[in-house]
Design a protein around this ligand. Sequence first.
Ligand code: ARG
Length: 465
Amino acid sequence: MSQSSDSSNAMWGGRFAGGPDAIMEAINASIGYDRRLAPQDIEGSRAHAAMLAAQGILSDADAQAIRDGLLTVLAEIEAGSFDFSTALEDIHMNVESRLIDLIGDAGRRLHTGRSRNDQVATDFRLWVRDQCDAAIAGLTALQQVLLTQAEDGVDRVMPGFTHLQTAQPVTWGHHMLAYVEMLGRDVSRFSDARARMNECPLGAAALAGTSFPIDRHMTATALGFDRPSANSLDAVSDRDFALDFLSAASICAMHLSRLSEELVIWSSAQFRFVTMSDRFSTGSSIMPQKKNPDAAELIRAKIGRIFGAQSALLMVMKGLPLAYSKDMQEDKEQVFDAADTLMLSLAAMAGMIDGMTANAPAMRAAAGQGFSTATDLADWLVREAGLPFRDAHHATGTLVARAEAKGCDLPDLTLAEMRQVHPAITEAVFDVLGVDNSVASRTSYGGTAPANVRSEIAKWRERLA
Ligand code: ARG
């Protein structure tokens, strides 16, 4: 087998006579993707070095050299001039090795009282924590554009569906607010996840803690954590924080997928409830008339990747003994991909919602079809004629059947036809058969009445301000 290098690893080569096989190096290295953790790695190292100096474990001069050196490394990485090495496996050893090149012996002291195990756990937590914040920002922006749509159509009537069959008229504002509520729970899931993950693993060292008199509270505070994690074995060996993130992301992606599906349906020629903006549509290479909602379709599908990442990481973690195992290096790529996918989906969804135009006449026409006010008729019979609801339901069902046979809608039946079915029916019934009256009457808490929707929009505007 080929040898990738003549010499053993500079960072841990003391007990090795030769370097790894090229294939070993290929399977072992994570630098191809964990370079994304460079800013977090450097931030963590800076906090660690400052703490070592404060505790008298490092001299102030060494700590100063480390601090400056790490800033140089960061600048090199940001400038794209950093030479990442596969032989150095991962971001932690790449950064440390370059630091040693730059500042010599002081750099060799940085790794005192820590291990790559607590280092990677810290870096990754910092990264995932940032993604929780990014998800919350993306969700809030999407909620804002949904609220604008809701305001625009507070009393715009549309059909509400169950089983994708016309059920009862609802307002567009109410429908938009349904998603605002869902996304609000997504926000709370990301913020719960963030609060739970906000403990600092740094100082757990390899797995057992360290004999150096480190101050874990100091590093935890410096890195914005609420506290250091209490058990060193747990600190280096769990990735439940990433699973919490992925689980919130999966549920959020599920919500986005449902909204996408509605956009696909609503923008079809059969529905025409909305027109998507050109900026978020695509054409067909063969059919000149086509305007396709590709972004909605893609977001509808993205949950496959996001939930795939969650199930992949669960499988990686399942059955691992404490504490660290190299299996856990497989935690990162899918989380990176899931986070990127979610942020892009949130941004694209906000763009689509912001740019879409509602077609009020089409929605209104559809809202009146399919006997959508049958429940209003049944309720009227209960209220005005004192019928038990089951009897009112039956009488209304008979009327629907008659209208269907006649090929008309409920309000098109004559009073005489109605009275044949139930003599208690009067002219006044026609008032409740219109879609506007129907939605206006749904004033129960959480109902679709425009008055209700108006006050819910005001509450959300205030909450998001
Ligand atoms: N690249 C490694 C990872 O992502 C860092 C930790 C390696 N620790 C070790 N003992 N080999 O998990």
